[in-house]
Write a protein that binds this ligand. Structure first.
Ligand code: ZN
Length: 183
């Protein structure tokens, strides 16, 4: 414990300087260390989630337990689109802003006036700019069990899972994709 107190004495914590820290009891030292450790772990975790949002969507897709793999798609451009959408690497503002170091709250949709962050979910299910192309897609997917009444995240996962085996849905998704990205 003496060595620990010595080590602690060499840094500051919440404005308490070295010598004051040395005079803390072991229990107080323990509390302080666990608070410092948790802050560090949490910041690493938040950074991971920020950098790898794809893990979140892939988990949602996996949770649906639907047979859904991009490799079964015959056209290369379909596979590429689905991999980007599912993996969180499509060039929506959320991702482009990350590459450019733009603050998250400023990665808003440039296709509409909503001021919402443009991510896959906004583009796929919410952005009014794509309402006309989304309508047939939603009509089609609404006939499947497991879509209606779900949260937006689950609906997004459902579309991204189902499009790998439902070519009608895939084609609607392609129309939205090319409207957004080949302008
Ligand atoms: Zn929008």
């Amino acid at each position: 414990m003496k060595n620990m107190a010595k080590c602690i004495g060499e840094f500051e914590w919440q404005g308490i300087g070295g010598d004051a820290i040395k005079s803390l009891t072991d229990a107080e030292n323990g509390d302080m260390l666990s608070s410092v450790a948790w802050r560090k772990v949490r910041s690493i975790l938040m950074k991971e989630l920020e950098e790898r949002p794809k893990l979140g969507m892939m988990k949602e897709i996996a949770a649906l337990e639907l047979e859904s793999r991009c490799v079964v798609l015959k056209r290369k451009r379909d596979r590429r689109m689905m991999i980007k959408l599912r993996g969180g690497t499509a060039a929506f503002q959320i991702q482009v802003g990350r590459w450019q170091g733009v603050e998250r709250k400023e990665r808003t949709c440039k296709e509409c006036q909503s001021e919402e962050t443009e991510d896959v979910c906004h583009w796929l299910l919410q952005c009014p700019a794509w309402d006309h192309l989304r309508r047939p897609l939603v009509e089609d997917v609404s006939q499947c069990d497991g879509f209606q009444g779900q949260s937006l995240t689950k609906q997004e996962a459902f579309v991204l899972a189902t499009a790998c085996t439902n070519y009608t849905l895939l084609n609607y998704l392609c129309s939205m994709w090319y409207a957004r990205f080949s302008a």
